[in-house]
Design a protein around this ligand. Structure first.
Ligand code: SF4
Length: 231
């Protein structure tokens, strides 16, 4: 397969090897419960949709700084407020729409039945792909956005480094293959609220090599991981 393309038969393997903890948690919960609430479906669904290349990440960075109240950046705001400018540049398609529908349907059908999935859930997946409603090709969430979310009881979205209890986070890190010294380093960053640095240390512990740029987007985590695993 092309770099950046994920097919249904590969998805469990790549989830294990290359998903950051936020997406791994959602993925595992979906497989376990055959259901995710709205924000979980959004966070995971948009992540699965596309892989960002560096231009896409740069655009996201510009979009984020354009929100700052600086006269020079305000000019960018008007320009970038066009929905077209908020789209990531695609390195390649992640999960194609048909595959995404099949993926979600296979899980949700076990909980709510195929008919209810088609009626109540398929629309929002097509919507994420820009095939319904305003037809905006929605951008996957950045770390900054995911960290700022506030999951309620029963929700599984958000950033585990910020939203998990210490006990759950330690267990999740062990499950990902981080050794005990690495877990302590990660927990130290979490205590200081450096969630993206904690994620970067996790990446480095699992892949056995540095990530000098640091993690600022789940799709960047994924593509950096795939580059290392395929080299
Ligand atoms: Fe996901 Fe970013 Fe949190 Fe890592 S730091 S778990 S990529 S939201």
């Amino acid at each position: 397969r092309e770099f950046g393309e994920v097919s249904l038969k590969d998805i469990d393997n790549v989830a294990k090897s290359s998903f950051p903890l936020c997406m791994r948690h959602l993925f595992d919960k979906l497989r376990e419960d055959h259901h995710l609430k709205h924000w979980g479906r959004m966070q995971l669904g948009l992540f699965l949709k596309v892989l960002l290349n560096s231009i896409g990440l740069f655009m996201e960075f510009i979009w984020n700084i354009s929100k700052l109240p600086h006269p020079l950046t305000l000019a960018f705001t008007c320009y970038l407020s066009n929905p077209l400018m908020q789209q990531p540049m695609e390195l390649g398609v992640g999960l194609k729409l048909d595959d995404a529908l099949a993926f979600w349907k296979a899980e949700f059908s076990q909980k709510v039945g195929a008919e209810r999935f088609d009626k109540e859930y398929a629309y929002s997946i097509r919507h994420n792909y820009g095939k319904e409603g305003k037809r905006v090709d929605y951008t996957p969430y950045s770390c900054q956005k995911i960290i700022s979310l506030t999951p309620s009881v029963g929700d599984h979205h958000g950033c585990p480094y910020r939203h998990f209890s210490e006990e759950n986070l330690r267990a999740a890190l062990c499950k990902m293959g981080v050794n005990s010294g690495g877990v302590e380093d990660v927990m130290d960053k979490v205590r200081h609220k450096h969630y993206q640095l904690a994620c970067t240390l996790t990446f480095e512990a699992i892949h056995g090599c540095p990530n000098d740029a640091g993690i600022n987007h789940p799709n960047q985590y994924f593509s950096d991981s795939q580059k290392i695993l395929k080299s």
